[in-house]
Design a protein around this ligand. Structure first.
Ligand code: COA
Length: 196
């Protein structure tokens, strides 16, 4: 199964983007992105360069195991690192209410926000997940106050049921980053949308 996923995980091009696996050359871009307070507003802390390096190592290990780990987004014209967007098999230490599952997520450098880049990349990966990997469902989780990211989920046609909102494991309940929303999209919903 793992081998099949690795073989099937493509390097792809969309209108403006190259979507691909993590490589060592992504370190500088990742250090800049994960050290930027605008990007990390809804995460517990900024990453030091050493933490960003560790993040890259783990991402490469995870993509070797599962075939993908929030793949890289690159500018097709310039080759610049823009961030990441795509599928991931969550490896959180505590189970999530939706687990086991495949999730979709994104993080981009602020210079390219608001141009539909996340939606362009995510649409490709939803199609890959449903059409190639034959997944039944893809989920996304988000801090409830992260309206930019929730808007991306909505633009992708993902559905949110407030009854499924949950407290993230091991985060104090009075921490503003504790409460999370869960979005889901099924293969049937995606394919109906894509065909119609
Ligand atoms: C979330 C993120 C990836 C979105 O990337 P993006 O390429 O700018 O997204 P898009 O341009 O495709 O769509 C953004 C949408 O959010 C909307 N938006 C922007 N700021 C908003 C706000 N404060 N409240 C509500 N919606 C907002 C935009 O108007 C746009 O919707 P529209 O096209 O209907 O106008 C980017 O903001 C980011 O990297 N944020 C930091 C990391 C992060 O929070 N990741 C998600 C963790 S769950």
């Amino acid at each position: 199964m793992t081998q099949i996923l690795i073989e099937r995980c493509p390097q792809a091009e969309t209108e403006r983007l190259v979507l691909r696996k993590w490589e060592e050359r992504d370190l500088d871009g990742l250090i800049r992105m994960n050290g930027d307070p605008r990007v990390m507003e809804f995460f517990p802390s900024l990453h030091s360069p050493e933490e960003a390096r560790r993040y890259l190592e783990i991402s490469i290990q995870q993509q070797e195991k599962h075939g993908f780990c929030f793949p890289v987004v690159e500018d097709k014209e310039t080759g610049a690192f823009l961030g990441f967007c795509g599928l991931n098999v969550p490896g959180y230490s505590d189970p999530l209410p939706c687990g086991p599952c495949v999730e979709i997520g994104w993080r981009l450098i602020p210079e390219v926000w608001g141009k539909g880049i996340a939606v362009e990349a995510a649409r490709f990966w939803l199609g890959f997940g449903f059409e190639t990997l034959q997944l039944d469902e893809i989920v996304a989780i988000v801090v409830v106050q992260n309206h930019k990211s929730r808007r991306v989920m909505e633009k992708l046609g993902m559905k949110h049921d407030p009854a499924e909102d949950f407290d993230f494991p091991n985060v104090p309940v009075d921490d503003p980053l504790c409460r999370h929303a869960l979005y889901r999209i099924s293969a049937e919903q995606f394919l109906t949308q894509a065909n119609g």
